[in-house]
Design a protein around this ligand. Sequence first.
Ligand SMILES: [Zn+2]
Length: 218
Amino acid sequence: MLSESVQDYLKAIYSLRHENERATTTALAARLNVTAASVTGMLKKLAELRLVLYEPYQGATLTPAGEKIALEVIRHHRLIELYLTEAMGYSWDQVHAEADRLEHAISEEFEDRISSLLGHPTVDPHGDPIPTKDGAVAASSKATLDGVAEGRRVRIERVRDENPELLREVAGLGLMPQTVVTMGHRTNDAALTVYLSDGQPRHVSIEIARNIFVVDLP
Ligand SMILES: [Zn+2]
């Protein structure tokens, strides 16, 4: 069994690459809240374990073996988040930190039971896809609400889940995943207006809109 910290590094490299960012020493240090020196040491170790390839200017990339482990941990994380909201009454802003701790602790048996108890779900409470047991993961949208043109109708697919305050604000606005909205006229640079299906307007700051991922509707 690989240490928690190895799992966290693999997960962080996966997320950065997924967001089309380079997993450089600086980016990883910021993401994991550690020093650049510890990142360098860990990347050397991960390269020796053949979980990561490291090139100074490209940053770190996962080998197929490294990616398999990252997706396994992400599967745990997202299943636990869903279990906490569905079965234990947690709200969606409370589950990320809890899942960050528990994801390392559960066994394959436990994972299977959560998955079947929840009816083999495919998305977590924030709209993120849950990787399958054999490591397949559905593609997710990279388009965010702030980039949607006036008059376009979009479905909210997922909301970035690391910041509880952001999640509470998004929930307060009623902009949960699966909600369909139409983009209104942009009056200023700091906020935008969207309309819910019943015509109700919602004013959303650009900062919040950047964390809401959407899919274009015809
Ligand atoms: Zn999530």
